[in-house]
Design a protein around this ligand. Sequence first.
Ligand code: ZN
Length: 245
Amino acid sequence: MGAPMNAAQGAGTDPRTALVLFSGGQDSTACLAWALSRYAQVETIGFDYGQRHRVELQCRGVVRQALTDAFPAWGAKLGEDHLLDLGLLGQISSTALTEARAIEMQANGLPNTFVPGRNLLFLNLAAVVAYRRGASVLVGGMCETDYSGYPDCRDNTLKALQVALSLGLATPMTVETPLMFIDKAQTWALSEQLGGAALQAIIQEHTHTCYLGVRDQRHEWGHGCGTCPACELRAQGWLRYRAAA
Ligand code: ZN
């Protein structure tokens, strides 16, 4: 899934337009920075599916603005944001992400935060928007390294989807997942490489990952309850990154 480089565009900029699945969280912010460092034009898409951690939707505009302010060259490439209303997803699934239920493991080994096929649905919808916007690259923060076991985050799932989308739309649609084979500590290292301390400060202060939507507790790694699975992953990743630095 490597992106072709066009030297004529200067500085290795890929001339294609990328559409980034951007939730306002740590991982998708790293993906947005990754796309802004590569592609000539970048747009963002988000989904409102009645998630309990809806506060992340409010972080999206704040993060986009902070990136534009701190990195003017990226700001010049950052185009429209698309927010899709997916209330439908809350109607057809019943999970701890969309209802007031405790987060726990289910008998099938998946946490009950699992919204079945959520990423497949998101990428299909993103592809429709990308087609209309003339974008041919979809960028998502899916990861099989320390993901929570979600089968629709797996590399082969997404490669199959890339083929299906390209055939079904009769136009090349590349699915890029820069975080697929790196862990949370390496994601911090990637953000350092892409935008240094300025980017890391934006991720710490303005992104949201906590499943419970807690924003009034500030840790070194960012805001969150500190105990839900998303906070634990984020905190452990930061500690490992700091230990290796
Ligand atoms: Zn939390």
